[in-house]
Design a binder for this molecule. Structure first.
Ligand code: ADP
Ligand code: MG
Length: 140
């Protein structure tokens, strides 16, 4: 199967608790390769743009507040079936519903402060990787 890429974000609740290394270990243990990574503090405009698909949802404003409340680590993950594989490693959006051994089950604080983002389709993964990284930053 061809290699695929997905965008991951380690969210402010996780950077605040110094969990970047633990989350990266879960990613690498799953066979995904971190091919690009940087720590950023999103502006309000950047968070609103990134989550634009959710702008009609009742949680949009709170989500943008949360995502700008501290630094995030944005990363591109590469591997076979990377999009679906990372969704499995992350677990369900609501940690109460997340399977044992997933990042969200073990680390999330709430349905909002759920420690990680992962793209939901290969098409969105391309758009989201390009939102944060230029081609020259992706060395494979
Ligand atoms: P996922 O991150 O699992 O793809 P969504 O794309 O549906 O989930 O939502 C984006 C993010 O918005 C979630 O990761 C979470 O931080 C937040 N969120 C989703 N649903 C809710 C909710 N009902 N209440 C508060 N925040 C939510
Ligand atoms: Mg989503």
């Amino acid at each position: 199967m061809a290699k695929e890429r997905t965008l991951s974000i380690i969210k402010p609740d996780a950077t605040r608790r110094n969990l970047t290394g633990k989350i990266n270990a879960r990613i690498e243990e799953a066979g995904l390769r971190i091919v690009a990574q940087k720590r950023l503090w999103l502006s309000r405009a950047q968070a609103e743009k990134f989550y634009e698909v959710h702008k009609e949802r009742p949680f949009y404003n709170d989500l943008c507040n949360f995502m700008t409340s501290g630094p995030v680590v944005v990363q591109v993950l590469e591997g076979e079936n990377a999009v679906a594989k990372y969704r499995d490693v992350m677990g369900a959006t609501n940690p109460a519903n997340a399977a044992q051994g997933t990042i969200r089950k073990d680390f999330a604080e709430s349905i909002e402060a759920n420690s990680v983002h992962g793209s939901d389709s290969p098409e969105n993964a391309k758009i989201e990787c390009a939102f944060f990284f230029s081609g020259i930053e992706l060395v494979g």
